[in-house]
Ligand binder design. Structure first.
Ligand code: CTP
Ligand code: MG
Length: 241
């Protein structure tokens, strides 16, 4: 808040996973959806957004960046090497950003494996959170009735569906606060699978912004077909082969 300029917006795309559950010949972010890779679809959403100053792409250490067919980005795309877990990859990306962004700048962390993020959801997240003290995340309500399991695979009770959300990405937090939260979680040995969990661990209450259930994380082989349908519906699947 001490800076003399409005906080900038940055995107950070963790793409250093191996895609174990997908079981393909290469990590799922490099599989094709139409004429482009999953990763190119995802990057496009952020590189084409006029309010986003730069995109930090976190890739695995063995990845040949020349073979990645990255979109031309006019110097707005930065490559960083990832770590063992998603949170480690995000921390590496944040460390890089700390060298060129302000501590109060916003960082939008978005899984490479979510190419179907509707651009209007990104716009809504930014506009609802840009003056928020904490930040928040896109999330989707559950359409199923939810059961809390007890012991022996038996239902303990039914959860109130209206108070349970599925965490999606992007998750939007301020650079320094998010760095500190992820560092603190790591130092305490707490495994966090999203940025909001780290912020919660630090005592914050991230804001929930309802997003489209089309914003799936490609995880299993059948998710690729679903992603193609959603991209086509958004008219974002060009020259589909
Ligand atoms: N990711 C990362 N660094 C890791 C692990 C995951 O940057 N060490 C990224 C993935 O590339 C993906 C996102 O975090 O874009 C979400 O992770 P997930 O869906 O779990 O991808 P994978 O870890 O690759 O898949 P799996 O868990 O099935 O191996
Ligand atoms: Mg994983």
């Amino acid at each position: 808040m001490t800076e003399g300029r409005a906080p900038a917006l940055w995107a950070l795309i963790p793409a250093a996973g191996v895609g174990r559950r997908m079981g393909a010949e290469r990590p799922k972010q490099f599989l094709r959806l139409g004429s482009r890779s999953v990763l190119e679809h995802t990057l496009g959403i952020f590189l084409e957004h006029p309010a986003i100053r730069g995109v930090v792409l976190v890739v695995g250490s063995g990845v040949d960046s020349d073979a990645m067919e990255l979109p031309s980005a006019g110097g707005r795309l930065f490559l960083v090497t990832g770590g063992a877990e998603r949170a480690d990859s995000v921390r590496n990306g944040l460390e890089f950003l700390a060298g060129r962004a302000g501590p109060e700048d916003w960082v939008l962390v978005h899984d490479a494996a979510r190419p179907c993020l509707p651009p209007e959801d990104l716009d809504r997240l930014i506009s609802l959170l840009q003056h928020d003290p904490v930040g928040g995340l896109l999330a989707a309500p559950s359409s199923d009735t939810l059961k809390l399991a007890g012991t022996g695979e038996r239902v303990e009770r039914t959860l109130d569906r209206s108070s349970v959300w599925r965490a999606l990405t992007p998750q939007m937090f301020r650079l320094q606060a998010l760095r500190e939260a992820l560092d603190a979680a790591a130092a305490s040995g707490v495994a966090v699978t999203d940025e909001a969990s780290a912020m919660e661990f630090a005592g914050a209450h991230p804001r929930i912004v309802e997003g489209s259930p089309m914003n799936i994380k490609i995880t299993q082989p059948e998710d690729l077909e679903v992603a193609e349908i959603y991209l086509r519906r958004q008219q974002r699947l060009r020259n589909a082969g």
